[in-house]
Design a protein around this ligand. Sequence first.
Ligand SMILES: NC(=O)c1ccc[n+]([C@@H]2O[C@H](COP(=O)([O-])OP(=O)(O)OC[C@H]3O[C@@H](n4cnc5c(N)ncnc54)[C@H](OP(=O)(O)O)[C@@H]3O)[C@@H](O)[C@H]2O)c1
Length: 221
Amino acid sequence: MTVNVQELVIGILGGTGDQGRGLANRFARAGHRVIIGSRSEERARAAAQELAGSGGPVDGMTNADASRSADVVIAAIPWEGHAELLASLAAELAGKVVIDCVNPLGFDAKGAYPLPVPEGSAAQQAAAVLPDSTVVGAFHHVSAKLLLDAGVDTIDMDVLVLGDDREATDLVQALAARIPGVRGVYAGRLRNAGQVEALTANLVSVNRRYKAHAGLRVTDI
Ligand SMILES: NC(=O)c1ccc[n+]([C@@H]2O[C@H](COP(=O)([O-])OP(=O)(O)OC[C@H]3O[C@@H](n4cnc5c(N)ncnc54)[C@H](OP(=O)(O)O)[C@@H]3O)[C@@H](O)[C@H]2O)c1
């Protein structure tokens, strides 16, 4: 089956947060219909209203309705509540590609550090609680600040895309490329998502030292 990436409707769980609104903003600017999901329909609608007029139509719905109505769903929720929310949406997300950008990180006086995850990574945890979905890890390193900054037209970075299904990782690479400046790069199977999620702690350190919004570029490809 050939998928026209431009026509994909993108749902975002926890789309009221910084990362969710940031991704919604970029995909709406690229012309996609975007559905902001939330535990509260009211909060979802308010967030959608804020982004109205940025490009493609933006709607706000409960997480369950957003899951049902979208072609591809991004989980942009905090690590706390990740397993619980996704497990509660297993039926709505069945048969769909679910993109997980969740970084299980802790923060203390020394900065950010990766939390241990029994399943190996947030993405693997998502796959465990969503047996009928195709989980892909991506967008872990994209700064919400850049995504939300109306003055930033191009985001200069590679998005590492991880998953066990070639069609799904190809699709998510193509979706990443809908954001000007971004390239989606395949970076391995889901079992290798843990390092990519944990690497975000290093990028947080880079950002703090250099007052930056650092991203990665993979060379020679
Ligand atoms: N911020 C970044 O720069 C960035 C970059 C890359 C990746 N990420 C990842 O993206 C995810 C979201 O980050 P964020 O900064 O946008 O987080 P956030 O603002 O703290 O949370 C996003 C949304 O998730 C919902 N939520 C909060 N607690 C929840 C729970 N226990 N169960 C279900 N939903 C809950 C809330 O929406 P409602 O109350 O409306 O339901 C909230 O607005 C994180 O896992 C983070 O690691 C963030």
